[in-house]
Design a protein. Structure first.
Length: 188
């Protein structure tokens, strides 16, 4: 399944990296699995097919990930609702068989996900509103900036919340950062 693919695992947890590397090689025929303790310690570009990384490490060094061509999979230590849409997750506290199942889903989804909307079906205008909400702008400023009415801003925010399933501003902000819509430097 991963023959000829390059996989990058970024985590300070060496045991986790080695275990994931072993599973990828044994069950998915991964030829090349590169392990790094942090994103700044490795060069990666479009030759990387999959990047497994903890969401915190992604947020801290997200600019480095924008040039990466691979699919990003977040390494989480629990099932967390409201994970960023368009990003696969791997619960590393699962059993070996559970991890294998999750990886099968990640690789299966990746082939079909390429054709799906990256941002959970959000319209271009909803993405514009989401970016401004995530930057901490109140509805009035968003309306003025986009030259739309307050009612339209509120409608867009309701649609964004419904489509993403995220109800808090902090959750929307994290979604925007993790999906590369804004930089962590843009947050007020």
């Amino acid at each position: 399944m991963l023959t000829g693919k390059c996989v990058l695992v970024i985590s300070p947890n060496r045991l986790l990296c080695l275990g994931l590397k072993s599973i990828l090689a044994e069950y998915f025929s991964a030829d090349e699995v590169v392990i790094a303790g942090k994103a700044s310690g490795v060069e990666f570009d479009h030759s990387v097919d999959y990047i497994f990384v903890h969401p915190d490490a992604f947020v801290l060094e997200q600019e480095r990930f924008h040039g990466a061509g691979g699919s990003i999979v977040f390494l989480v230590d629990r099932d967390t609702p409201g994970q960023p849409s368009g990003r696969a997750t791997l619960n590393v506290t699962s059993t070996e068989s559970g991890i294998i199942e999750q990886l099968q889903q990640v690789f299966a989804l990746d082939t079909t996900h390429k054709s799906l909307s990256r941002y959970a079906g959000l319209s271009a205008r909803e993405i514009d509103v989401l970016k401004l909400v995530a930057r901490g702008m109140p509805n009035k400023h968003i309306a003025d900036r986009l030259s739309i009415s307050m009612h339209t801003v509120i409608s867009h925010r309701k649609n964004i919340t419904r489509k993403l399933g995220i109800k808090t501003i902090s959750g929307l902000t994290m979604y925007a950062v993790l999906n590369g819509l804004i930089s962590s430097k843009d947050i007020r």
